[in-house]
Design a binder for this molecule. Structure first.
Ligand SMILES: *Cc1c(COP(=O)(O)O)cnc(C)c1O
Length: 222
């Protein structure tokens, strides 16, 4: 049996006040989102542009929508008017496009840079060297319609908790190190790590934004 309200409350009770819970509602119906919404939850995450725009249109306007999936440059325009935070920014090309769409709307769009911390090849994200290059580039300073507010990472899908912990630690180290490069549109404020299977470890390793789906809404069928 699924009990979204109870699951949500249980997780929220475990969180320090400084941590934001993004309820990952991908593949789940609007009614499930409304159950969480009626418990005063406002942060929801989706990983597909079409599903995200459809739900945003249908559901209350005070929901803060988080784009957590891989985002293609040609789809930025669909979410740029309303998205609260884009978690998975993993290329300079994408940053350029987000800035361009933000400029058209005269809206500053919040982004997290996705860092590759897992050992799997399939996970998207910058490595440390790419990231340094971007941070030090002159171009980024001119992106006045983007605000980079932190980093996002996904740990390896494994039962080895020590490995997951090490990956979260390495991301936290980068997060701290990049504070030396802060500027008006680059601040290290949000560290988005942790999902249903590993958010407890993420919290111990100082995550301040977790993205939890199945532990709230139940298993996804597809
Ligand atoms: C689906 C997804 C989550 C949530 O996964 P659960 O294991 O269901 O909690 C978190 N982050 C990203 C990027 C996702 O795609």
């Amino acid at each position: 049996m699924k009990d979204i309200a109870a699951n949500l409350k249980q997780i929220k009770d475990e969180l320090p006040a400084s941590c934001t819970l993004v309820a990952v509602s991908k593949t789940k119906p609007a009614a499930d989102i409304m159950t969480a919404y009626s418990q005063n939850h406002r942060d929801f995450g989706e990983n597909k542009v079409q599903e995200l725009t459809q739900k945003a249109e249908e559901l209350p306007k005070d929901i803060r929508w988080h784009m957590i999936g891989h985002l293609q440059s040609n789809k930025v325009k669909y979410i740029a008017p309303f998205v609260y935070l884009i978690h998975g920014v993993d290329s300079l090309k994408l940053l350029r496009e987000i800035n361009k769409q933000g400029q058209k709307l005269n809206r500053v769009i919040n982004c997290l840079l996705q860092i590759h911390i897992a050992s799997e090849d399939s996970k998207f994200g910058f490595d440390e060297a790419d990231l340094m290059e971007i941070i030090k580039s002159e171009e980024i300073k001119e992106f006045s319609f983007i605000k980079i507010t932190g980093l996002m990472g996904m740990a390896t899908l494994t039962k080895d908790e020590d490995k997951i912990r090490q990956e979260f630690k390495s991301l936290k180290r980068l997060f701290e190190a990049f504070k030396a490069f802060q500027s008006e549109n680059f601040v290290m404020q949000t560290l988005s790590t942790g999902m249903s299977g590993d958010y407890k470890i993420a919290l111990e390793e100082n995550s301040n934004m977790i993205r939890v789906g199945s532990a709230i809404f139940g298993k996804r069928d597809y």
